[in-house]
Every structure is written in C-alpha cells, then in structure tokens.
Design a binder for this molecule. Structure first.
Ligand SMILES: [Zn+2]
Length: 399
C-alpha cells in the first residue's frame, strides 16, 4: 500500500520533470566563465531574468523552501556515494571570481557513483552567501535561511559534456549543503578561503593545490532532500536533480566573515547576497531519504541554525518511534501524528484513574497489614512495607 503510494509520487515527480524539460536558454555558474556578453545579469535585476532567459520564469525553478513536514519519505533514496573526491596536493585546481561567486573547477575524475539512478561527473563547485548582517543560503529549511550554501555541480555521464547535458531533463545533478557558524576553523574550507584575497576582482583566478573535496560536504551523505529543479542563475535551465543534505557544514565565524567580505562583483562593489529569491513549488514534491520528525521540527527555534556538531535539520535517522513517519502515500502521515498526540493525552487520564484505584487498594491493604501485624511480624520486612507505602504516596502525589 505505502510502496504503491510512493511509486505514484515518484511517477508524478518524474512526469513533472519531463513536463518542465525541453525549454532552453543558457546558464549557470559554468556559463559565467564564458565571460560577459549574453551572460550579463545581476542579482539586483532578478525580475528581468525571464525576459532574456525564458526558463527563469518556468514552473520548476530553484531554489525553494523545504517544508520538512511536507516532504515525502522515499526509502529508495540510497546514500550518496562519491568517488575520486580526494585529490593529491600536486594537482592544481582553478579558483575563479566570476563576478557572481567563487568557482572551483573540478577534474572529471570526481563522480557521484551512488544515490542517483545514473552516474554524474563533477564540473565545478561554488558558494552562495549573504553579508555580515544577513544570511545567504539559497534554499531554506522551514523558512530558515543559513549563512551560506555550497553547490557541487555534476553532469550525467551519458552526455558528452556539461554544455550538452544542461539542456536535458536528466542532465545535471547538484549536491547542496548549508554552511553555518561552528566553534572551529574548517580545514577544508581554508583551502579555498585563504586564496580569496588574491582573486578579489571580477575575472581574477588562481591555481590552488588539490585536497579532499568531500571534506567541503557534510560527513553524513545518507540524509538528504531530493527534488527536480533548475540552475539558480540565468539561464535557469530546469534540468537539475537537486540533493540538499540534511546535515550542515560548520565554519568558524572568521571564515564566514572572510567569505562574505573579500570578493568584489562586476561594479567593483562587495560581492554579497549572491542568492536567488525563493521559487514556487508549483505542485512539485520534495522527497526525503529519511523519516522527517514533526516533533523535532517544531522544536527547531526559528532563528537558529542548530547546535554545534553538525545537527540534523528536520529530525534524523533513528528518530524516536513516537514520531510520525511520512511514508509516501501512507495514511500514517500528519493526521497520524495528531492522532498519536491525542491518544497520548487520553492515556494520561487513564493512568491517573488507575493510580487512584491503586492508591485506594494499597490503603486497604495497609489497613489489612496493620490489623494483622502481630501475626505476620516475622514475614513483614521493613523493605516490603516501605515499597507498598512508597507506591501509594507516589500515586497520590501524581493525582
Ligand atoms: Zn549555485
């Protein structure tokens, strides 16, 4: 039953993916590297994006807010597996300020080998951030925006290259993770951040030594959200299968400050707030590789990014059994959770009633013992009488 519902949901998502495909334009962090000309856009004129890039006005756009209470648990979403991400330091990678973000070009040896139905090869990664006064992740979780977000862009190996892949509905896969402030400096992000001062101006680039790129992503690649969307910069191609990890990555406050204050954009002003505004779902569904827990979602303070130690965002694997699972199409979803809550309250009332009954019985028993104390003196140990007495008073206190 639940697996049938899930299949229907997946088919729906796939159908939406096909429906939104085929429209074309040009894009992305990658296309930024093609220099000016047709790619001259800015975050300030986002309202005009769709005039020059029709896909930007489409129905499957990114980023989106992920409402964890509405995600659909899909057991078919296996852990994301990466290969070739650990690069030797003798390898040199191009790090560039393209005027919109900082882009690290990745060798084609990096690949996603598990979690997606097909194989995807890495092209580049880049970041989105806010300013010293506001956060700048692109996606939000339950309307919470994180300080920054990393995107690792891949293309489907069934296409010859990124440019060919990006116009096909199954062409791209982007791994996204949220960056937030933690107690320590992050050594992996240092590999990028320590070079930013050498590429402050738009178009500047530097070669940096290779390192373990996987260190830029969360340790836990099992828990994630998945949906069909688009590139978040013009030409907004609707060809991205998004993976947004549930676990966050922590950087020190100093590192976040360096990220948001070092680079300059095209008009030589600080390169900040390079995130696109949220897009409508238009009926799309967001899948989750794990059972999101309504209770822990409610416990998330609206302004907080969670506690140190890479906290989960929307409940975690191994969630308490009392928390309602959201199996796809199953009736035991939100309604189930409410039912569970009310039955718990009814249980409380019953417990109190039984407590009173027990107290009365215990009192009667105490009277009986008192009456027969002389006869039973040798058997009635202090421990025994204490247990009976304690149980009765505890229940009376509970009432
Ligand atoms: Zn991006």
């Amino acid at each position: 039953m639940s697996s049938t519902g899930l299949r229907v949901a997946l088919l729906l998502v796939a159908a939406l993916g096909r429906a939104g495909a085929g429209v074309g334009a040009e894009d992305s962090p990658h296309s930024h590297e093609r220099g000016p000309g047709q790619g001259h856009w800015s975050y300030k004129d986002w309202q005009e994006w769709n005039l020059h890039y029709p896909d930007c006005g489409g129905m499957m756009q990114s980023p989106i807010n992920i409402n964890t209470a509405k995600t659909i648990f899909s057991p078919q979403l296996r852990p994301i597996q990466l290969s070739g991400y650990s690069l030797p330091s003798k390898e040199r990678l191009k790090l560039k300020n393209n005027g919109h973000t900082v882009v690290l070009k990745l060798p084609e040896s990096l690949a996603i080998t598990g979690g997606y139905a097909q194989q995807y090869r890495a092209v580049q990664l880049h970041l989105h951030w806010g300013s010293l006064t506001g956060p700048g992740s692109e996606h939000t979780i339950n309307n919470h925006r994180f300080p920054a977000e990393i995107h690792v862009v891949h293309y489907n190996t069934k296409y010859d290259n990124f440019e060919e892949a990006m116009v096909h509905p199954d062409g791209l896969a982007v791994l996204g993770a949220f960056l937030q402030v933690g107690p320590r400096e992050n050594p992996y992000y240092r590999q990028i951040l320590e070079h930013l001062y050498t590429i402050q101006g738009e178009g500047e680039e530097v070669l940096v030594p290779g390192f373990n790129i996987a260190g830029l992503l969360p340790a836990n690649l099992n828990l994630y959200f998945h949906y069909n969307g688009s590139l978040t910069t013009p030409a907004c191609y609707q060809t991205v299968k998004w993976t947004i990890f549930n676990q966050t990555v922590q950087l020190s406050q100093d590192q976040i400050s360096v990220l948001v204050t070092t680079l300059r954009g095209d008009d030589d002003s600080p390169l900040q707030n390079n995130f696109r505004r949220l897009q409508e779902l238009h009926g799309r569904h967001v899948l989750a590789s794990f059972q999101t827990a309504l209770t822990s979602v409610k416990q998330l303070p609206p302004g907080s990014g969670g506690s140190p130690g890479r906290p989960p965002l929307g409940g975690a694997a191994g969630a308490k059994p009392s928390l309602a699972p959201r199996a796809g199409g199953d009736s035991s979803s939100e309604a189930g959770a409410e039912k569970h809550t009310s039955s718990f309250q009814a249980g409380d009332v019953l417990a109190v009633l039984f407590g009173v009954l027990f107290a009365v019985t215990a009192l009667a028993f105490l009277l009986y013992i008192h009456k027969h104390r002389n006869q039973n003196a040798r058997l009635d140990s202090p421990t025994k009488s204490k247990v009976i007495y304690t149980a009765a008073t505890t229940d009376e206190n509970a009432v």
